[in-house]
Design a protein. Structure first.
Lengths: 100, 252
């Protein structure tokens, strides 16, 4: 199956969410916020994990090449990981600020 | 009546009327006149009092010939922060160790006090990390002005290469000015949100797993929360050191 077909197959699963609107008493906007919150947090966490994986791999490789530089490499690794983590946390904060 | 911790109840019982009158004199109305002190402020005051007692205790027991365990611990902390700021800032970094150590101790104990039942972390509400970030921001800006005088404002024009002609340097400086101002303000935002979101998420995750499996599993997440508290304190102090080095470092 081509890449585009796979993408459309995954996206068509979203159509199963439409019956959620059949419930009476809740505004449509409330339902969309919950779905958008789930998707955005998953997206942010996934990309954060990729970036942190790259940073850790680079640190591990440079440590293997030059074990004497450990303090500097450790400092750069911890600093980089914390900064990348905070970007995923911004998404979490927006969710808690917007989702009632 | 809001939900209060036992310590907040004690403080509100003693100080509710003077605090409410003080707030009203400043044209601010507390949400509950009988409980103007929120949980976060009560916990902050408790951490402050505890740290004051701890520092006075260490100060009274300092000895050159026979240092006790407390003195060893504090010398270790001072050596660690001093070594790190020496590596990042360079020479003359001893002047900044006091502020960085105090900031680190305060944030660490604020983060950890939430683990004890009956208390909650003041850093889990957004206003407390904002206060810490503003303290760090004001500190490094004033240190920058103290170090370079009014010439500190040149930092906001971005890097400038004297070999380029003035017709390139001037528009570049004008372009860099809003970017630098926004990035300095973004530092306050990022310090705040990083600390707040880590503490808040740790609480949330422990509560979620407690509601799913009340026995055993939440301990793992509580342990993770303690690890994250220590790491986030270290990151806050490290970033403040990096911002300090940006403000006071000289290019040779």
């Amino acid at each position: 199956m081509g890449k585009l077909s796979k993408l459309f197959l995954v996206l068509s699963v979203l159509a199963f969410a439409v019956p959620a609107f059949a419930q009476g008493g809740a505004e449509t906007e409330g339902k969309w916020i919950a779905i958008a919150a789930g998707f955005s947090m998953a997206f942010a966490s996934g990309i954060c994990a990729l970036a942190q994986g790259k940073a850790t791999a680079a640190a591990a490789e440079s440590l293997a090449r030059n074990p004497a530089a450990r303090p500097g490499i450790q400092l750069a690794l911890i600093l980089g990981l914390a900064l990348i983590e905070s970007l995923a946390l911004y998404t979490l904060v927006i969710i808690f600020a917007k989702v009632k | 009546m809001p939900e209060q911790l036992w310590f907040t109840k004690v403080l509100n019982g003693l100080f509710a009327s003077p605090v409410t009158s003080l707030l009203r004199a400043l044209h601010l109305a507390p949400k509950h006149a009988t409980a103007p002190i929120p949980n976060s402020l009560a916990m902050e005051l408790l951490v402050f009092a505890f740290l004051l007692v701890l520092f006075l205790l260490v100060r009274s027991r300092l000895s050159v010939d026979r240092p006790g365990a407390l003195q060893h611990a504090f010398e270790g902390v001072e050596g660690f922060i001093q070594g790190q700021s020496d590596e990042i800032i360079g020479h003359h970094s001893e002047a900044y160790t006091a502020f960085l150590a105090a900031l680190g101790f305060f944030i660490l104990f604020c983060n950890l006090i939430g683990v004890i039942p009956g208390f909650e972390s003041p850093t889990a509400v957004p206003i407390v990390p904002l206060g810490c970030a503003l303290c760090a921001f004001v500190y490094y800006q004033t240190q920058g002005f103290k170090h370079a005088g009014i010439g500190y404002l040149k930092h906001f024009l971005g890097p400038s290469d004297p070999t380029m002609s003035i017709f390139i340097r001037l528009p570049l400086a004008l372009l860099m000015l809003p970017i630098e101002l926004i990035s300095h303000l973004a530092r306050v935002l990022s310090l705040t949100i990083r600390l707040f979101a880590n503490m808040f998420a740790g609480d949330m995750v422990t509560l979620v797993f407690f509601s799913l499996v009340p026995l055993g599993i939440p301990i793992v997440f509580l342990g993770l929360h303690i690890g994250v508290s220590l790491l986030q304190t270290y990151i806050f102090v490290l970033l403040t050191t990096v911002y300090l080095s940006g403000a006071v470092a000289e290019e040779h």
